[in-house]
Design a protein around this ligand. Structure first.
Ligand code: TYM
Length: 332
């Protein structure tokens, strides 16, 4: 079975609909006929300052959300990145293979360091995509299910894999991004030309999976649309309405064209009201299940421990090959 791998940062109390529709739903779907590795990227989280207590809580909340969503520990290795030391270890080797200019071209670093200026950003934030390459290459996956914003990191990953294979010996598989076009970039509800983002969006622009369902419904009803009141899919001219149609279609399985037909001659109010109900039906059981899982932290920790054990075995085998090929003397 082809392998898949992906990760998500534990940097908010809840995942949002961008994470869910752009990536996590694909994780759940790919479990059945693939061999999956899914992890919570806590090493990536500390590239910006985190409160240790909050980071720990959010990591467990992330695990609970993944299980509530349907990630099945019997099918998937679900683990915390810091529990598999090979990620940081391969990260170092790959840093030594990455050009400074190459790292500098990564647009997420430019975006994320824009606020405080480059000087205020950590070196970890700068090398973040190289660690991500290590995360991926350790497992030799065929596919990496992510949203559009990760495409550039996947390209770097392939470049580094190729460079290593060429300089030493064929070691890594070149992974393919698995990006679903329709939901690759879910937009901010208040600023529909920008992506929904836990760091950049306002609270009203994000639908969190763990919001009170009534709050999510209200956010949908207050989403920014345009003033011509015509329901049509056109990302350029009508980004707000198109985003709502995208979310609606993804959650119900109805095609966008069918929805447009269904709402012909009706106003935005109807569309928002119906979508709000669809969203409430999705988030209500999800929220209940997550809160229930969070009540049993011993169980969560045990699931994560087993996941790290499975992942660690695969990752360490790759790292051993890498160390040997680079010329490190193995312990006797
Ligand atoms: P992160 O934690 O920011 O996001 C997790 C996943 O959600 C997707 N996503 C979106 N998709 C569509 N529309 C949006 N508005 C939206 N916002 C977020 C992201 O593309 C991602 O798939 N660097 C990664 C974490 C990571 C990783 C990895 C991923 C670390 N190592 C190895 C894959 C493989 C990140 O920060 O994702």
């Amino acid at each position: 079975r082809p392998r898949v791998l992906s990760g998500i940062q534990p940097t908010a109390d809840s995942f949002h609909f961008g994470n869910y529709l752009g990536a996590l739903r694909q994780w759940v779907g790919l479990q059945h006929d693939h061999q999956p590795f899914f992890f919570i990227a806590d090493l990536h989280a500390i590239t910006v300052e985190q409160d240790p207590k909050v980071l720990r809580e959010r990591t467990l909340r992330a695990a609970a959300q993944l299980l509530a969503m349907g990630i099945d520990p019997e099918r998937s290795a679900i683990f915390v990145q810091s529990q598999v030391p090979a990620h940081a270890q391969l990260g170092w080797v790959l840093q030594c293979l990455t050009g400074f200019g190459e790292a500098r071209r990564m647009t997420q670093f430019k975006d994320k360091s824009a606020k405080g200026g480059e000087g205020a950003a950590s070196v970890g934030l700068f090398t973040y995509p190289v660690l991500q390459a290590a995360d991926i290459l350790l497992y030799r996956p065929h596919f990496v299910p992510v949203g559009e914003d990760q495409r550039q990191h996947l390209e770097l990953t392939r470049d580094l894999a190729q460079r290593f294979n060429h300089r030493y010996k064929k070691t890594f598989r070149l992974p393919e991004p698995y990006i679903l076009k329709a939901t690759a970039k879910i937009a901010d509800l208040q600023e529909p030309t920008a992506k929904m983002s836990k760091s950049a969006s306002s609270a009203a622009g994000i639908i969190d999976l763990l919001d009170q369902p009534s709050v999510s419904a209200k956010k949908i009803r207050s989403a920014v649309t345009d003033s011509d009141n015509e329901i049509r899919f056109d990302r350029e001219a009508k980004p707000g309405v198109s985003n709502l149609l995208t979310i609606y279609s993804a959650l119900t399985g109805e095609g966008v064209a069918d929805l447009v037909e269904q709402y012909a001659g009706r106003g935005y109010g109807d569309l928002k009201k119906d979508l709000a109900e669809v969203v409430v039906d999705v988030v209500t059981p999800f929220r209940d299940k997550t809160l229930e899982l969070l009540d049993d932290q011993a169980h969560l920790s045990e699931v994560l421990r087993r996941g790290a054990e499975q992942a660690g075995a695969v990752a360490e085998a790759t790292l051993r090959d890498v160390y040997q090929r680079v010329g490190f003397v193995a312990p006797s």
